[in-house]
Design a protein around this ligand. Structure first.
Ligand code: URA
Length: 274
């Protein structure tokens, strides 16, 4: 007969499944049977109306692929409408606080939108908030954020001179990569953010951000060290955009710091150009 699992085995299983945050003081058994509603005079009425006939499966089952695609499409449309109405970074933050179209919001503790100056000449966009970012509600404040701060300092920048954000604004559970659909749902807000800040330089931090912003179909190793044009209909002129290695990658692969240093100097030169 098999023994019940030890509590630490259960905890390890939770961690591997991405459950690594406590969100309430008291456990809730969501698998428990829902008790029937109390009998009210109306519910106890002798002759209830017959239940309506069931809808066809495709229309009633939200797990059907077509229903899922449709709701993702609706979320992107609503994101574009909300983002388009925003005129400032604070407007965008308020719009995101009211926006429920991205499922990541349900599992995250905090919205992680921007840090830095809303009128910065340079905008950095990373991939997704991690655990520390989720706790503090600020992007890049964990270990990779500390390296990003040192990278900024190496070219005379700090958080009062830049604007930092991500391709998604809530932490994916267990630090998994955001899905294409989650990125697509947040992208209208990223695009509008670049429009309202209207920086001189846009920097994609890491491969996923480079894919989302530069749409070049190549990895960050091929995109770094080059300039691209980032254009949207509401930008007065295209913004010079580039990609750099993600600091989390540099922490794992310090040999690449030499290339990262070259990229930072290239960015500095562009900011200093008349
Ligand atoms: N990595 C990112 O891409 N963004 C953050 O905010 C933190 C870590």
């Amino acid at each position: 007969m098999s023994r019940p699992p030890f509590p630490r085995e259960v905890l390890r299983w939770y961690l591997e499944a991405g459950v690594d945050e406590v969100v309430g003081e008291v456990p809730v058994d969501r698998t428990a049977a829902v008790p029937p509603p109390p009998r009210t005079p109306a519910a106890a009425a002798p002759d209830p109306a017959p239940p309506p006939p069931p809808l066809p499966a495709a229309a009633s089952d939200p797990a059907q692929p077509s229903a899922v695609a449709e709701s993702a499409d609706t979320a992107v449309k609503s994101a574009y409408a909300l983002a388009a109405a925003a005129q400032t970074v604070d407007d965008l933050r308020r719009a995101l606080e009211a926006f429920d179209g991205c499922a990541l919001k349900k599992t995250a503790m905090n919205l992680v939108f921007t840090d830095g100056a809303p009128d910065a000449r340079i905008v950095f966009v990373g991939e997704a908030p991690g655990a520390e970012e989720d706790r503090q509600g600020l992007p890049f404040v964990g270990p990779s954020g500390r390296l990003l701060d040192r990278m900024l300092a190496s070219i005379g920048l700090d958080r009062t001179m830049v604007l930092i954000s991500n391709t998604v604004f809530w932490r994916p559970p267990g630090n998994r990569s955001p899905t294409t659909s989650e990125v697509a749902t947040c992208l209208p807000f990223v695009e509008r953010l670049v429009e309202v800040v209207d920086p001189v330089v846009l920097v994609a931090v890491g491969g996923p951000a480079a894919t989302a912003l530069l749409a070049q179909g190549a990895g960050v190793g091929r995109l770094r060290g080059r300039w691209f044009s980032y254009a949207t209909p509401r930008l007065p002129r295209p913004v010079d955009a580039t990609a750099i290695f993600h600091p989390a990658y540099l922490l794992r692969t310090p040999a690449q710091k030499r290339q990262a240093w070259r990229d930072l100097l290239m960015i500095r030169r562009r900011l200093d150009a008349p």
